[in-house]
Design a protein around this ligand. Structure first.
Ligand code: NAP
Length: 289
């Protein structure tokens, strides 16, 4: 089975590449924007003619959440139009598609885990463009699998875990928001789940199309997440819990975005582990690099 990963140089793409050796049943192709720019539909078709992918994992996105507020056209071009292009080319070539989306499609007004039936109401340009992408993908290719995930971090790329460790090298005190609740997701756990799904959609002809939620289990605030990172790394640093109002950002983020993982578990048998366990594994992987 041939799997094409778009956005192959990003955090999730690099994580999939790192794991790919454990999956001899798949031939992987990792393409970044220079090889497969999802905003260029005709060039995408050329890549598909060469590779004939059975399944495409779209890890390409505009992910600069705050910058998107001042670059809405660029964010929309990649997250919405680019995702639509990819789905249309998948439909043309008979390829399956797993498209990655975000918890930021929700407004955060709930206080129990969001299910796939809950109405999205994005509060940021990033969230709106990602929602546009989900809808365009499912309209062009109803068999596509859209995976919403949250707070992704890993030993690869840029993420909160690595930012906290970098800050701790220069400072002995920092402040972290304590009134946004969600679930950190180790990119390795997400990548493994995506490959279970890729195998299912590439092999049997069942229609799995639709939206699914995947993150690690449990819930915490960014402050709790930071504390646990420092505790596990035995780093001594003073961490102050602050409200979002004391750390204003251009993009509004949901105050609650825990995802319900029941559907992905019952359809694909994917059972995520606790976020703290994923964090331990990510820190161990980072130390081993
Ligand atoms: N990180 C999180 O916390 C988080 C949370 C929820 C959901 N997600 C979703 O998870 C997915 C993966 O995120 P990530 O953390 O791996 O993001 P990332 O590290 O920012 O990677 C995104 C990749 O997309 C590529 N890209 C940008 N424009 C492109 C284009 N026009 N054509 C092809 N590739 C393009 C980038 O390549 P260049 O550098 O060459 O532009 C980059 O390698 C995204 O869909 C994101 O929305 C992430």
């Amino acid at each position: 089975m041939v799997i094409l990963v778009t956005g192959g140089g990003g955090q999730l793409g690099q994580t999939l590449a790192h794991l790919s050796g454990n999956y001899p049943q798949f031939s992987f192709y990792f393409a970044d924007s220079d090889k497969a720019d999802i905003t260029q539909k005709h060039r995408l078709a050329t890549v598909f003619e060469q590779l004939k992918p059975d399944v495409v994992i779209n890890a390409a996105a505009y992910t600069a959440v705050d910058k998107a507020e001042s670059e809405p056209e660029k964010a929309d071009l990649i997250n919405h139009i680019g995702a639509r292009n990819l789905a249309e080319v998948c439909a043309e070539f008979g390829s399956g598609l797993i498209h990655i989306s975000t918890d930021f499609v929700f407004d955060g007004q709930k206080n129990s885990p969001y299910t796939e039936q809950d109405d999205p109401n994005p509060q940021s340009v990033y969230g709106k463009t990602k929602l546009g992408g989900e809808r365009a993908v499912l309209s062009a290719l109803p068999e596509a699998v859209v995976i919403r995930t949250s707070w992704v971090y890993s030993a690869f790329g840029h993420n909160f875990m690595k930012t906290m460790l970098r800050i701790a090298k220069d400072r002995d005190e920092l402040s972290v928001v304590n009134d946004q609740t969600g679930t950190p997701t180790h990119a390795v756990d997400l990548a493994k789940a995506l490959l279970v799904i890729a195998e299912a959609i590439g092999q049997d002809k069942k229609d799995y199309g639709g939206i699914y939620h995947f993150s690690n289990q449990g819930a915490c605030s960014w402050y709790d997440f930071a504390l646990r990172i420092f505790e596990l790394q035995k780093i001594s640093i003073k961490v102050n819990a602050i409200p979002t109002s004391e750390f204003p950002t251009p993009a509004k983020r949901p105050s609650y975005s825990v995802l319900d993982k029941g559907k992905v578990g019952s359809v694909f048998g994917v059972k995520p582990q606790q976020w703290e366990t994923g964090l331990q594994q990510a820190l161990a992987q980072l130390s081993a690099q």
